[in-house]
Design a protein around this ligand. Structure first.
Ligand SMILES: Nc1ncnc2c1ncn2[C@@H]1O[C@H](COP(=O)(O)OP(=O)(O)OP(=O)(O)O)[C@@H](O)[C@H]1O
Length: 261
């Protein structure tokens, strides 16, 4: 999939998005803190919103101008877990299975008798994600798909999403999630582009994330508490793991784009 944002600007009472980038990849992760413009970007992509200026294209289609094509090409899971229609879960499951022949096994059988309106936020989010995964759209968009899920459900859903044949766009504010879910990462901050590129590009360099407990006895470039960024020497870090002074380490990814106190 190819996503092109060309001087894409959205102004509400103030400018909340102003980005230019072009990325190509099977899995795009859009990462940014709260209020950084992720949902605004996706709302333009889903033709809910029109940009104030500029243009956004997905595989050459401008969604808010070519709605018919966009609706066929892209399906969405929105951030707020809520269905705009109501039926029993089991009826939705049998519809998804009959209509799309898809695997709905992530949806627990215990919730089959319930109405969609009676599901918890996490259950709603899961059923929504499965519905999007079942769709035949070539691009599947998930806005913070794990925000209400427990760790078990999250890991099952993540695995299912990673095994999809179609292209995906996932938003998150969790750096690790972006690294897991994206082969290309776009980082937003305050509506501006902070960084974009492939995960391979992100991992280049000699900065390591060091995981520790208690007190860190290394000079850190940045300390997030239990995770610190350290200019690295792999042999030294391995020896510290053996001595039990740190828990582990890996080459730094998204975290090195953030400043910390
Ligand atoms: N309809 C609106 N009217 C006015 N301001 C808005 C509107 N929608 C979003 N904003 C503002 O735009 C900015 C970006 O919001 P957006 O929802 O795109 O961020 P986000 O990155 O998705 O945040 P989060 O991770 O918290 O969901 C925020 O400051 C928000 O207050």
């Amino acid at each position: 999939m190819k996503v092109q944002a060309d001087s894409l600007v959205k102004v509400f009472d103030r400018e909340v998005l102003n980005v230019t980038f072009q990325v190509e990849g099977k899995r795009i992760a859009l990462l940014g803190p709260n209020g950084s413009g992720k949902t605004t970007f996706l709302s333009i992509l889903s033709s809910i919103l029109k940009p104030t200026k500029g243009e956004l294209k997905v595989n050459g289609v401008v969604p808010y101008r070519e709605r018919e094509k966009a609706v066929k090409m892209i399906s969405f899971q929105f951030e707020k877990p809520r269905f705009l229609f109501n039926m029993k879960v089991k009826d939705l499951v049998s519809f998804l299975e009959k209509e799309y022949g898809c695997d709905t096994s992530l949806i627990p059988r215990e919730i089959y008798p319930l109405y969609l309106s009676g599901l918890s936020s996490g259950q709603t989010q899961l059923v929504q994600a499965v519905s999007v995964m079942c769709s035949e759209s070539e691009v599947k968009v998930f806005d913070e798909p794990f925000s209400h899920l427990d760790v078990n459900v999250e890991s099952k859903l993540r695995k299912a999403m990673l095994s999809l044949d179609s292209d995906t766009i996932v938003t998150t504010h969790v750096p690790e999630e972006a690294e897991w879910m994206g082969d290309v990462i776009v980082v937003l901050q305050d509506g501006r582009l902070k960084w974009y590129g492939t995960v391979e590009e992100l991992y280049r360099g000699d900065i390591y994330e060091v995981y520790y407990r208690g007190k860190l006895r290394l000079d850190a470039l940045c300390d997030f508490g239990n995770v610190a960024l350290v200019k690295g020497d792999e042999d030294l870090l391995s020896s510290l793991v053996k001595k039990g002074e740190i828990v582990g380490f890996k080459r730094a990814g998204v975290r090195k784009l953030y400043t910390c106190s």
